[in-house]
Write a protein that binds this ligand. Structure first.
Ligand code: ZN
Ligand code: ZN
Length: 155
């Protein structure tokens, strides 16, 4: 499933929130519209900053992000850099986990969403149990921007 990377209309956002069993409040609507308008996951501080003009306080935004994640509308990404990021899930998703892998640039720390793909866990031991439920797939590397700054002999 691809993320809906577009500005959602007010009606669509309200339907999303109600569909998840929550009341549509101004803050929840603003948070969802903000996340829908960017192609990459955003942290609490990025969302707060983007919504600065609305006058919500940081804790309201934080609560919205948590409630919307718990309701299965947002994915919480734990990418190992101690910054928790959020992104909008396709409507109908209910696991609260993102459905696609992410790419983190080890040089500049930028995060991008990758297309969904399937992969197989290769275990050396035959018949080994799966390690558990996978909640995040993270690939690390050099983003296009940083890669072009790497000297040729290091590519
Ligand atoms: Zn980079
Ligand atoms: Zn993503």
């Amino acid at each position: 499933m691809k993320r809906p990377e577009q500005i959602l209309s007010m009606v669509e956002v309200k339907a999303l929130i109600r569909g998840a069993g929550l009341r549509s409040t101004a803050a929840r609507i603003a948070v969802i519209q903000q996340l829908a308008s960017t192609p990459n996951p955003q942290s609490h501080s990025e969302v707060s900053e983007a919504l600065d003009d609305f006058g919500f306080d940081q804790s309201t935004i934080y609560r919205c992000l948590t409630e919307l994640s718990d309701a299965g509308l947002l994915a919480r990404l734990e990418l190992g850099d101690s910054v928790r990021r959020f992104e909008l899930l396709q409507s109908g998703a209910s696991t609260g986990f993102s459905e696609h892998p992410h790419f983190m640039c080890v040089d500049c720390g930028s995060i991008s969403c990758l297309e969904e793909f399937t992969f197989r866990l290769n275990s050396k031991k035959r018949g080994a149990e799966t390690p558990g439920q996978i909640v995040e797939v993270l690939l690390k590397g050099h983003c296009v921007k940083c890669q072009s700054e790497v000297p040729v002999d290091q590519k």
